[in-house]
Design a protein around this ligand. Structure first.
Ligand code: FAD
Length: 527
């Protein structure tokens, strides 16, 4: 019998991870003929690494994934140690995440702070008062206990609103410390205290006594990070190269998919239409199609495909109001004026700047017009990266509206983004409901689910990180095509992360017997 065909749309880590999972030898997924279609010249997607020439040398600047976290990214951690990948994807520890915040002056006095000693005293840093420090320690203790005290599902705003004993100068602490901190850790958008749950903060801030002060520690440089020495896209490209060696696929690069249409009568083949550059429009049919673009792009492809399923199925589960993706923009540049005027010592890894967005009333600045700058020299520690900056906005800045952007002649690269948030609970309801829009599984299905042959993966379906985008590919390769969990060997943490996102997010188990049946299947496949 001829192999069945599957088309993967999108060549970020989720799409390439799906292909890599299907390419693993001696398992049912390996029977599928894979076509992958990607709209850029290189694989990577949001794991985008840009080589930049500056100071007479080249720096590989990551515009998306700055760091990964071996402890909480166990699948990525295992992958980066595997033969064939490890040689191509060198990694290093990065254990000194120094955070600084710069605010407008008040009555002539500078108001900045940082989470490390050099930025904690003196006139420039008078904002980190003993009261602020005590508050930071109290909040740290609360997060350390959040998983145990049952308050974890509260948002940060609910937590602060419900306190019987408020923090010292609580409004000031929220405005100048908590809100900017949440925005920074989201990396590329304004995560506000009413969007973030206490549980969301545990992996980022919880202190592991004797080991780590927390990734984003409030009172010390954060530790526990890894960094891709050749940039994050080196991982996606290494996976693609290995998949191609194991089981060659047809890869369409610089090619945009225009529409995806389910069969008129189910089950039946899925029709995909695409265009490579300015070339002719091509239409082909596949047994299954896995869409790994962001969900709103996926919605656009299905809507363009037409047919009755848009109205009766997809419009319910892919509705824009449930998937609140954020616009964003980043610049790689050498314009020192993007740093706050009072914060030019350049010792921090990243700087939150509210300087240009002052307001008279709380929260005293307009969060949506702040930005965060990574100082490349403090990441790469090389002479060529001195004076090189990556500035990220959680909106598309418009100089015509007074938004501050780097000077045009100092911009080396710019990119617009559409993304979710680092926070797993963000868009949680939509993520958990999406399974009913997924095609039936190779081994299992839900009552009422349709046999469309169309599936969704990518970071929107799990959480916005390299680990969770990769996991979504592992999961969909199993659900749609029966591929086994690909990381052979004993990796309990990696497998647990995969199972949590399988059972709690992408294909929620509704009963204990469902969970046991799924686990039984998984164990059988694993042994
Ligand atoms: C600014 C920023 C900073 C980040 N920082 C970190 C970090 O420090 N650590 C971390 O772990 N994660 C970070 N992330 C998150 C991480 O980069 C993503 O979660 C992950 O890379 C997403 O992978 P993906 O494959 O799901 O999606 P993507 O990488 O977005 O891949 C989908 C691909 O599909 C392509 N595509 C879209 N439409 C079409 C079409 N019609 N036809 C063909 N192709 C199409 C897109 O161009 C894209 O390349 C960051 C993300 C951003 C945006």
């Amino acid at each position: 019998m001829a192999n069945q065909s599957v088309c993967i749309i999108g060549g970020g880590i989720a799409g390439v991870g799906t292909w890599w999972t299907l390419a693993q030898p001696d398992q049912p997924g390996n029977q599928w003929d894979v076509t992958i279609i990607h709209d850029a010249a290189r694989f990577g997607g949001h794991a985008l690494t840009v080589p930049v020439t500056h100071n007479g040398g080249t720096t590989l600047v990551d515009t998306g994934v700055q760091f990964y976290v071996p402890m909480f990214y166990p699948n990525i951690d295992v992958l980066t140690g595997r033969p064939g990948i490890a040689e191509r994807v060198p990694v290093a520890r990065y254990d000194s995440l120094k955070v600084a915040c710069g605010f407008p002056r008040l009555n002539g006095a500078a108001r900045n702070w940082g989470n490390f000693d050099a930025y904690r005293g003196g006139a420039d840093f008078a904002m980190y008062t003993p009261a602020m420090y005590r508050n930071a320690q109290r909040f740290q203790d609360t997060i350390d206990g959040a998983l145990l005290d049952g308050d974890g599902s509260k948002t940060v705003a609910e937590y602060f609103g419900g306190l019987t004993v408020p923090y010292e100068q609580q409004q000031q602490f929220l405005s100048y410390f908590i809100d900017p901190y949440l925005s920074i850790i989201n990396g590329y958008g304004a995560a506000l205290s009413n969007q973030v749950t206490m549980d969301d903060l545990v992996p980022l801030f919880a202190n592991l006594p004797g080991k780590y002060p927390g990734l984003g520690s409030f009172t010390n440089p954060g530790a526990g990070y890894g960094r891709f020495l050749q940039g994050a896209s080196s991982l996606v490209e290494a996976l693609a190269a290995q998949a191609q060696q194991l089981k060659p696929a047809t890869a369409w690069m610089n090619t945009t998919v225009l529409s995806v249409a389910p069969a008129g009568h189910l089950p039946g083949p899925v029709t995909v239409t695409w265009q490579s550059g300015q070339g002719p429009i091509i239409t082909r049919q596949f047994d299954k199609v896995i869409i790994t673009t962001d969900i709103l792009t996926a919605a656009g492809l299905l809507k363009s495909g037409g047919g009755p399923l848009w109205d009766s199925l997809y419009s319910k589960y892919l509705d824009k109001k449930d998937w609140q993706l954020q616009p964003g923009k980043c610049y790689i540049h050498s314009d020192v004026n993007l740093l706050s005027p009072d914060l030019r010592q350049q010792q921090e890894t990243l700087q939150f700047t509210a300087y240009y967005a002052a307001q008279a009333a709380p929260p005293y600045y307009d969060m949506f017009h702040t930005y965060t700058t990574y100082l490349q020299q403090n990441i790469h520690n090389t002479p060529e990266s001195a004076g090189l900056y990556l500035t990220m906005y959680g909106y598309i800045p418009d100089p015509g509206k007074g938004h501050v952007v780097p000077r045009q002649d100092l911009v080396l690269f710019a990119e617009d983004w559409q993304h979710g948030m680092w926070l797993p609970t963000f868009m949680m309801q939509a993520k958990r409901a999406l399974h009913m829009a997924q095609g039936k599984g190779a081994a299992r299905s839900y009552p009422g689910q349709l046999d469309t042959g169309i599936y969704f993966a990518g970071n929107n379906t799990t959480a916005d990180s390299l680990e969770h985008a990769f996991i979504s590919g592992e999961i969909i390769a199993n659900w749609a095509c029966g591929a086994r969990y690909p990381l052979t060997g004993l990796h309990p943490l990696a497998w647990a992360m995969y199972e949590i996102f399988y059972q709690e997010f992408m294909f929620p188990m509704r009963s204990v017997s469902e969970r046991l049946a799924h686990l039984g299947h998984a164990l059988m496949r694993h042994l």
